[in-house]
Ligand binder design. Sequence first.
Ligand SMILES: Nc1nc2c([nH]c(=O)n2[C@H]2C[C@H](O)[C@@H](COP(=O)(O)OP(=O)(O)OP(=O)(O)O)O2)c(=O)[nH]1
Length: 313
Amino acid sequence: MQSDHKIIPVVAGALMRPDGSFMLGSRPEGKPYAGYWEFPGGKVEPGEAPFAALVREFHEEMGITVTHATPWLTKVHHYEHASVHLTFYRIWAWDGTPQPHEGQDFAWQVPGQYTVGPMLPANGPILKSLELPDVYAISCAHEIGVEAFLDALEARPELTLIQLREPQLGRDELAALAERVAAIVHPRGGKVVVNADPAWLAGWPVDGVHLNGQRLAEATVRPDFAWVGASVHSTEELNKAAELGLDYVLLGHVKATASHPGAAPLGWDGFECRLAGGTPLPVYALGGLSAADLGDARAHGAHGVALMRGAWR
Ligand SMILES: Nc1nc2c([nH]c(=O)n2[C@H]2C[C@H](O)[C@@H](COP(=O)(O)OP(=O)(O)OP(=O)(O)O)O2)c(=O)[nH]1
C-alpha cells in the first residue's frame, strides 16, 4: 500500500440498460492493467467537477453524450502505480451509440454472470453491488399474518431481495418461515436475508443476515454469509458498516412512517447529507417510501428503495 502517494480523483460510470445489464470496457494497451476490464471513465482534470469529468470521458472514449446519471459509490484504492479516489455513477440515459475511440473492447454484462475478465482489482465490491435490485422488501407477517404475507410474496415476482424481519417469532418459527420464503424467492433467482442473531441461521436455506442497529454496534467482524447488510441512521454507523466490509445498508427514515411515529424524518436532504463524503457500499433509502420514490432516491445517492408496508400494498 502506498498511502504516501497523492490520491488521484477518478470518475467511472456503469451504462445501465433497462434489463439490468451494464457495460464494461477493456483497458487499452499502454495503460497500467492493460486488458483488464473496468467501468469506462478516467482521471478528473484539475478544477473539473466529477460529473463534468464523467460527461467528458464518455464523450472522448466512446462518443456518447450522458443525459441522465446518478451518483452511486466511492472508493479509495491503492495500486502500485497510483492511489485513486474513485467516484462511480450509474448512467441511465445517453445520446449516441458507444464506439471504441481508444482501441478498447466493450461488453454488455449481466450482474454476477460475467463473460469477460480479469476485472480491475478495486472493482470487486462495486460489481457485487450491481447484483442488488432496485427494490428491497422487508417482510410484514407481523402485521398481516404469515399466510397473507406469503400470498403477497407469491403475487409479487418482481421482489427479489427479501429481508425476513419478524421479531415476534422464536427461532423455530422463524426457521420454518425462512424455509417457506426461500422456496418462493429462490426459484425466481432472488435472495433472502434474515434480521436475527447470525448464530441462529446455521443450516437455514438463506443467503445472508441483516444486522439491526444494536448488532451492528456490537459486531467486530463481518458475519460469515454471502450477503450481509445493516440498518443505519448516521454517517458514523454507515462508516462502521463499510469498515466491516458489509454489502449494503438501509438508511432512514426518509419520510414519516408508522413504524417510527413521532421520530423526525430525515427528508431527502438529510438523507443525502449522511452520504456527503461518498459511500463505498450501496445504500437503500428507507422509511415511508414506495417504488415510486426510486427516482428521488437515486438522485440523492441511494442504490434503491427499501420498502416495508410499501412493498405489499
Ligand atoms: N476508468 C476506470 N478506472 C478505474 C476503475 N477502477 C479502478 O480502480 N480504476 C483506476 C485504474 C487507474 O489507476 C485509474 C484510472 O486512470 P486511467 O489511466 O484509466 O485514466 P485516464 O483514462 O484519464 O488516463 P490517461 O488519459 O491519464 O492516460 O483508476 C474503473 O472501473 N474505471
